[in-house]
Design a binder for this molecule. Structure first.
Ligand code: CTP
Length: 210
C-alpha cells in the first residue's frame, strides 16, 4: 500500500518556503492501521514531526511536491492500493532564488506556478490499483468532493470539512465522510485520527477483497 502524508515545502530561496499546516497525523495513522492489518506500506512523507516504527512500514522522506511525485511514481506500479493523504502544495515559486532574498522597502512579488497533481496523475496511470484521495473543503463540500472523485478517477474519496469542529489539520481528531464510485456516502462520527484510520482501512479492505 502506498500512502502519502504531511505537507510539502516549496522553496522561495535557501531559507524560506511556502508550506501549509498539515501535521501528517492522518497519513501516519493510516500507515499504522494498514500495517497492523498485515499490509506492507510504502509511506512517502513531507516534513513532519511524526515518528513511526513498524517492521512493515518503509518510509521515504521528501520535501517538495516534485520530490513526492518522483518517489510515488518510482513505486506505484507494484502497489495494490494508493492513498494520497498528503497536503501537497498546489503552487510553487516559479523561480527559486539561489541566494537569500534581501529585504527592501518595496512590496515583494513572488510568481507562482502550479505543481503536478500527484493523485490525478495516478488516476490516469492506474490499472489494478485501488486509488483513494482526500478532499478538504470549506464550502459545497459534498458536491466538490464528488466532482474530485470523478475528475481524478478515484475509487474512494475521504471528505473532511474544515467547518466541522475538531476536524482537519493539526488536530488529534477528525470527522469524515467517505464517498465511493457510485456516489454513495457514509458519514462517520468525530473520532481520534487513529480510529478514523481504522474506519478508512476497513472500507478499503471491504471493497478490495470483494
Ligand atoms: N493532491 C496531490 N497532488 C497535488 C494536490 C493534491 O496528490 N499537487 C491530492 C491530495 O493528497 C488529496 C487530493 O489531491 O488526496 C485533494 O487535494 P485538495 O487540495 O483537496 O484538492 P485540489 O485538487 O488541490 O483542489 P482545490 O485545492 O482546488 O480544492
Amino acid at each position: 500500500i502506498l500512502i502519502t502524508a504531511g505537507p510539502t515545502y516549496e522553496a522561495i530561496d535557501p531559507v524560506r518556503y511556502i508550506g501549509n499546516h498539515s501535521s501528517g497525523k492522518m497519513g501516519f495513522a493510516i500507515a499504522n492501521a494498514a500495517a497492523n492489518l498485515g499490509a506492507h506500506v510504502y509511506l512517502v512523507s513531507g516534513p513532519t514531526n511524526q515518528q513511526i516504527q513498524h517492521a512493515r512500514i518503509h518510509k521515504v522522506d521528501v520535501v517538495s511536491a516534485e520530490e513526492m511525485y518522483l518517489a510515488v511514481h518510482a513505486r506505484f506500479k507494484e502497489m495494490d492500493v494508493a492513498i494520497c493523504a498528503a497536503a501537497v502544495a498546489d503552487y510553487k515559486p516559479k523561480i527559486t532564488a539561489t541566494k537569500k532574498i534581501k529585504k527592501t522597502a518595496e512590496p515583494l512579488e513572488i510568481q507562482l506556478t502550479p505543481t503536478k497533481d500527484i493523485l490525478a496523475s495516478l488516476g490516469v496511470l492506474k490499472e489494478h490499483q485501488f486509488l483513494v484521495g482526500f478532499a478538504l473543503e470549506t464550502d459545497n463540500a459534498l458536491e466538490n468532493a464528488k466532482a474530485k472523485l470523478k475528475k481524478k478517477n478515484l475509487d474512494l474519496i475521504i471528505l473532511n470539512s474544515l467547518q466541522d469542529k475538531g476536524a482537519g489539520f493539526a488536530t488529534d481528531t477528525n470527522k469524515i465522510t467517505i464517498i465511493d464510485q457510485n456516489l454513495n456516502t457514509i458519514n462517520f462520527e468525530l473520532k481520534s485520527k487513529l480510529a478514523v484510520a481504522e474506519d478508512i482501512m476497513n472500507e478499503i479492505v471491504l471493497r478490495v477483497l470483494k
